[in-house]
Design a protein around this ligand. Structure first.
Ligand SMILES: [Zn+2]
Length: 241
């Protein structure tokens, strides 16, 4: 069988092409594969460069451990346990980190409350941005979990979830437990016991006095009134001194 010169070149070309693809494609594909994104939303990029340059921030804007500012504030960091609405451990360490200026204000709330035989117990403070993404993946409802596209004020180190305790550390009665996503958790809920509504008001007044603002849907959540000064961070809790 006689093969034309053109056909020979064509066969040769195809062979070269195939061997080039089979040799290089797997490596090429692996190198170009995008990192796996855990959320269905377009990947946001609101993270500030402070994530990397925390030590270059002014001291008042750095994340600090609340224990080093006021060790009397009690901790029950729920996302470091399985006792949370996702029934999953999301933090590697049980730590309440806040921007230093916010932590100072919270320490003053504790001092004020001690004068009337009460104190604070915090459930959540600074939350790494990566954890907000995990929460959104598990529970993509903006009424209860911050959409990563905007981030949470917890990601800024300027929000706290907390409750009141007595001198022995026992929690005071509140309208609902923490992370109850019903109307009973709303700041203006008028049901439940009169004592629970009174306690909620004591917490709100004490927080307001030192510059914290509540939100309408969660009696336990407060933002520092200057939260907008602070960018979203993705520093791991274990990295915060
Ligand atoms: Zn909160």
């Amino acid at each position: 069988m006689k093969i034309s010169k053109f056909a020979k070149y064509l066969i040769l070309f195809v062979l070269v092409l195939f061997s080039a693809i089979s040799l290089h494609q797997p490596i090429f594909v692996r190198a170009q594969e995008p990192p796996r994104v855990e959320i269905t939303q377009p990947e946001p990029s609101p993270i500030a460069p402070e994530s990397i340059f925390m030590s270059q921030l002014p001291s008042w804007a750095r994340l600090v451990d609340i224990r080093k500012v006021n060790p009397n504030i009690r901790l029950d960091i729920r996302y470091a346990t399985t006792n949370n609405f996702l029934k999953r451990k999301l933090y590697t360490v049980a730590k309440c980190a806040l921007r230093a200026s916010v932590a100072q204000k919270l320490a003053l709330v504790q001092t004020d409350l001690e004068k009337i035989g009460l104190g604070l117990k915090v459930y959540d403070c600074y939350r790494p941005f990566s954890v907000t993404k995990q929460m959104w993946q598990a529970w993509p409802d903006p009424r209860y979990v911050a959409n990563p596209a905007r981030g949470s004020r917890h990601n800024r180190g300027a929000a706290i979830d907390l409750t009141l305790v007595d001198r022995t550390g026992k929690e005071l009665e509140m309208p609902t437990p923490y992370d109850d996503f019903t109307k009973k958790a709303h700041a203006d809920y008028q049901g439940g016991s009169a004592q629970s509504r009174k306690n909620r008001q004591v917490l709100k007044d004490a927080m307001k006095k030192q510059g914290f603002i509540g939100i309408t849907t969660e009696w336990w959540h407060f933002d520092s009134e200057d939260w907008q000064k602070f960018a979203i961070l993705n520093v791991s809790l274990s990295e915060i001194p």
